[in-house]
Design a protein around this ligand. Structure first.
Ligand SMILES: [Cu+2]
Length: 181
């Protein structure tokens, strides 16, 4: 026997294993969240000086086989953040808060895009200028959270596609095989 039960070395080893196991256990949900919920980067509408609210947009994919629900948004550059929809009321488009959030169906995708669903960022602590990089945290009913890069863009530059990496600066995925060079 190399290890006698109760020896200092054995208990140190046990402690190490327990710590390692708990590290693993706490790490797995985060790793899963990255896979299960995939998004494009958040795009935020730039503001003019004095504006205190703006919208944030992105695509959210749910790759799991369980429905989930976006229920909260946190941004440290805004005092308050809500989830909004746009609705027609007497011919006028109005924003409405969605206290129950937005369902992201199993295997499905939801777009938050200008003119529709959006993250409403209120009580802005600063003017948001095109080109700025911020962060936004999304909270889901499942308990998953995603901390995402948020690009401030001019309104005309905001473009929400179906992809999971909209807004990323990526050099792959682009084919230029016919450029003739
Ligand atoms: Cu709104």
């Amino acid at each position: 026997m190399f290890l006698k039960t109760g020896s200092p070395f054995a208990s140190a080893l046990t402690l190490t294993l327990v710590l390692f196991a708990s590290l693993l256990a706490s790490g797995i949900p985060n790793a899963r969240a990255m896979d299960v919920l995939a998004t494009g980067d958040v795009q935020i509408r730039a503001t003019a000086p004095g504006m205190t609210a703006t919208g944030g947009y992105l695509t959210i994919h749910n790759h799991s086989d369980e429905d989930d629900r976006l229920v909260g948004v946190v941004a440290d550059f805004a005092v308050k953040a809500e989830i909004h929809s746009m609705v027609h009321e007497n011919g006028v488009m109005k924003m409405r808060a969605l206290p129950d959030g937005i369902e992201i169906p199993a295997g499905g995708m939801v777009k938050l895009a200008p003119g529709g669903l959006h993250l409403m960022l209120m009580g802005l602590k600063q003017t948001l200028q095109a080109g700025q990089m911020l962060e936004v945290e999304l909270i889901f009913a499942s308990g998953r959270t995603l901390r995402l890069p948020a690009h401030v863009k001019r309104p005309g530059e905001i473009s929400i596609g179906d992809g999971e990496s909209d807004g990323h600066d990526q050099s792959h995925n682009h084919s230029h095989s016919n450029s003739g060079s």
